[in-house]
Design a protein around this ligand. Structure first.
Ligand code: AMP
Ligand code: MG
Length: 454
């Protein structure tokens, strides 16, 4: 397809962003280009040199934004309201349409300081960039709506960080996603009581991401959409065994697309208290608390929207969250188990016994879903799995185990492997394990093939 540049964000007006300039980096070494994602927006034909000019030096893409924009937002961080945040090490670089006609943002991480950097250097460590590639590829394969990692370029600076041996290498990442409007974008407008701007933002999100004209009850309809999409995101996190780590309201996109990967981890076992971020002392964003944490964030959106809407329709919109979560966690577990749905009631029972067996036995999650895909449990799964086996007898596979992936071993993304992949880069500048892993993940995706909604 042809590259189709857009500038939709500009219609919101300049109180939503600050024009900024990218840092000038001493080096720009291309480490990862996502040609699959690029093909969806007509950018796969760029030479490496052109790629680096756009995604390392941020020369504008013709017809898109003339200058990068640091987006303004606030948000609750670990439940404390912070009015001082915003794009502090990133900006919106470009907008465009994809091959399905949808509005796409290319945003950055590590592109330099902005008015919102506070005491930060505006930079991203190379390790942070590599980790974001791994998280996004794995989540996409496991049927979680996520931003994609579009580009990673090493930038030749030395960074100092408390959580990495320092000095450490630097990078700039480009992320592709359906907008960068966060719950915190609405919270900021509520904070300043900018009700007209909030109405404009509601209209923008409904039109651009939900294909609806604003009109009657627009805020409540928007809230209902956000509740539905974020409940689905929470459900799919669970089935993927994924722990995001920092589910602050500034990290929740109103499209319900997961993004902004920092201290994430995949859980080895079905342990509700498993926590990703070393600084999350209370376990606020632990594995099993994610649905509740995301619900809390969506409630902050409801509170912000209260400035332009009556209470009752907003409450009604929030009520959808729990039901959608139940339905979607069931669907996501069945999808990963590789069985076709039967009826809402039977499926819910199946999902329940599955979660119970995994939690009680602390069976390794990835191995289990690998072995059980298609619905036949190998004999070594003992008594604790009897209920599950009984339920599975009524189910048909949703996909045959005929892909070569099924005769190998499960593809996982546990912390030891992440560290091993990074160590090859850190110690011997060997990028082969990273590229091999991305290929292995994409192969797993083929084997799991197709979403439950397809
Ligand atoms: P995050 O935890 O990545 O969602 O970031 C929370 C806030 O801190 C956002 O406003 C970021 O832009 C900002 N921030 C994080 N790291 C840096 C950094 N190295 N330099 C400047 N701002 C940062
Ligand atoms: Mg963030």
């Amino acid at each position: 397809m042809d590259f189709t540049p857009q500038q939709a964000i500009l219609e919101l007006g300049d109180s939503f962003y600050d024009p900024v300039a990218a840092a000038r980096f001493p080096q720009t070494i291309l480490r990862f280009r996502n040609d699959r994602a690029a093909a969806q927006v007509g950018l796969e034909g760029l030479s490496d040199e052109q790629w680096i000019a756009h995604f390392g030096r941020f020369e504008p893409l013709k017809g898109s934004l003339p200058t990068p924009l640091a987006l303004r937002y606030h948000g609750h961080q670990f439940r404390v309201y912070n009015p001082e945040i915003g794009d502090g090490r990133g900006f919106l670089f470009a907008q465009m349409r994809d091959d399905k006609g949808r509005l796409i943002d290319l945003g950055t991480k590590g592109s330099g300081q902005t008015p919102y950097s506070r005491f930060g250097d505006g930079r991203l460590t190379l390790k942070g960039g590599v980790r974001e590639i791994l998280a996004t590829e794995m989540l996409e394969a496991l049927n979680v709506e996520t931003s994609r990692t579009f580009s990673l370029i090493e930038t030749g600076e030395e960074l100092y960080r408390g959580d990495e041996p320092s000095p450490t290498r630097s990078s700039v990442l480009v992320r592709m996603s359906h907008g960068h409007i966060r719950i915190g974008t609405f919270q900021r407008l509520a904070h300043f009581q900018e009700t007209e701007a909030m109405e404009r933002l509601v209209a923008y999100v409904l039109r651009q991401f939900y294909g609806e004209e604003p009109g009657e009850d627009a805020p409540a309809r928007l809230l209902a959409h956000v509740a539905e999409r974020t409940a689905t995101m929470a459900a799919r996190f669970m089935a993927a065994g994924f722990v995001h780590g920092v589910l602050n309201s500034d990290n929740i996109n109103v499209t319900g697309e997961s993004f902004d990967y920092g201290p994430w981890r995949f859980a080895p076992f079905w342990e509700s208290g498993f926590t990703a971020a070393y600084f999350d002392h209370a376990g606020l964003y632990a594995f099993g608390r994610q649905p509740e944490a995301i619900y809390w964030d969506v409630m902050q959106l409801a509170i912000a929207l209260r400035q332009i809407a009556a209470e009752e329709p907003l409450i009604a919109a929030m009520e959808g969250f729990a039901d959608v979560y139940q339905r979607e966690v069931t669907a996501a577990l069945l999808w990963r188990l590789g069985v076709a749905p039967r009826s809402a009631e039977a499926d819910r029972v199946l999902a329940g016994v599955l979660e119970k067996a995994l939690a009680e036995t602390l069976t390794p999650i990835d191995q289990f879903f690998f072995d059980a895909f298609g619905g036949t449990l190998p004999e070594e799964y003992g008594e604790a799995f009897d209920d599950l086996r009984g339920q599975l007898a009524f189910y048909q596979p949703r996909k045959a185990r005929d892909h070569g992936y099924w005769s190998g071993a499960p593809c996982s993304m546990l912390i030891d492997e992440v560290e091993t992949i990074w160590a090859s880069i850190a110690e011997s500048d060997d990028w082969e394990p990273l590229h091999a892993k991305v290929a292995a993940i994409r192969r797993m995706a083929e084997a799991l093939g197709g979403s439950d909604k397809a």
